[in-house]
Design a protein around this ligand. Structure first.
Ligand SMILES: NC(=O)c1ccc[n+]([C@@H]2O[C@H](COP(=O)([O-])OP(=O)(O)OC[C@H]3O[C@@H](n4cnc5c(N)ncnc54)[C@H](OP(=O)(O)O)[C@@H]3O)[C@@H](O)[C@H]2O)c1
Length: 251
């Protein structure tokens, strides 16, 4: 029997490439996002990908959609929560409304989906919840106050849940991508070092999710190692380096 995965954020970018990768590997994929037409296009090209349109901001809707997925698939092995928004232009001006919107989608939207699978995986005593965060969750970056806060909250959430679900034999993993070329990063007006394709991200994620057992799946390695170094640096050095770097970038 083929294995089954639920992927949110599947209408574009990393989530879409991941849905196609799982489908090509023979998995049945439940694909969620708001734009139903894009999910239908995916289904037309990949019959293993089944559309389950969802706005993750609605907790009840997330629960209902997961019940519908279980009705269709009977079982789910992995859930990958890849939904996210970022608005670099709006973040240049501090806006509580914008930060709330980002938190509602990136953090609470992911939490709503975790709540949808919570009882199912705990009772099954197996399964895997994967949370797509970012290296932007390691430290605060300029013009990204809402985005960095949402991602650092997700990273902490994943670490806490790792312990809580481990007791029920459920794996929790964290995905921390560097720059990946998607509609989200197309909005960035600065050069993005070591940027990779969504297919590269999907390949790394598929291996990390299905063939390895590490908590964190991060890529590309050369870039994420630099970000990890920044994470452990003393504040004074971190601020100095980023301030210097920002002088060369129009942001
Ligand atoms: N690209 C990068 O460099 C990068 C780096 C690190 C981390 N990430 C993370 O990777 C994830 C995917 O990003 P991406 O770059 O692939 O961006 P993207 O192409 O803009 O994809 C974002 C996805 O999230 C969905 N989405 C947004 N709001 C939603 C909502 N309220 N309900 C349901 N779905 C919603 C979008 O679908 P609809 O609009 O159809 O709903 C879309 O499928 C995000 O969590 C992002 O933060 C990206």
């Amino acid at each position: 029997m083929s294995k089954k995965v639920w992927i949110t954020g599947a209408s574009s970018g990393i989530g879409k490439a991941l849905a196609i990768k799982f489908s090509n590997e023979g998995w049945q994929v439940a694909a969620s996002a708001r734009r139903e037409n894009l999910l239908k296009d995916l289904n037309n090209q990949n019959p293993n990908i089944h559309p389950f349109p969802l706005d993750v901001k609605n907790e009840d809707e997330a629960k209902n959609i997961f019940q519908n997925i279980i009705k269709k698939f009977e079982t789910v092995d992995i859930s990958v929560f890849c939904t996210g928004i970022h608005d670099p232009d709006a973040e240049k001006k501090l806006s509580s409304e914008k930060i709330r919107e980002i938190m509602e989608t990136n953090f609470f939207g992911t939490l709503n989906c975790i709540m949808a699978v919570n009882t199912y995986f705990r009772e099954k005593k197996s399964g895997h919840i994967s949370i797509v965060s970012s290296v932007a969750g390691y430290r605060g970056l300029p013009a990204a106050s809402g985005y960095c806060a949402s991602k650092s909250a997700l990273t902490s959430l994943a670490e806490s849940l790792y312990f809580d679900f481990k007791r029920h034999n459920v794996r929790v993993s964290l995905v921390s991508p560097g720059f990946i070329q998607t509609p989200m990063t197309d909005k960035n007006k600065f050069p993005m070092p070591m940027i990779k394709s969504p297919e590269f991200a999907a390949e790394k994620m598929f291996i990390g999710l299905t063939k390895k057992n590490a908590f964190e799946i991060h890529f590309p390695l050369a870039f994420t190692m630099i970000m990890k170094l920044l994470k452990i640096m003393p504040n004074w050095l971190y601020f100095l380096l980023i301030k210097k770097g920002m002088k060369t970038v129009k942001y």
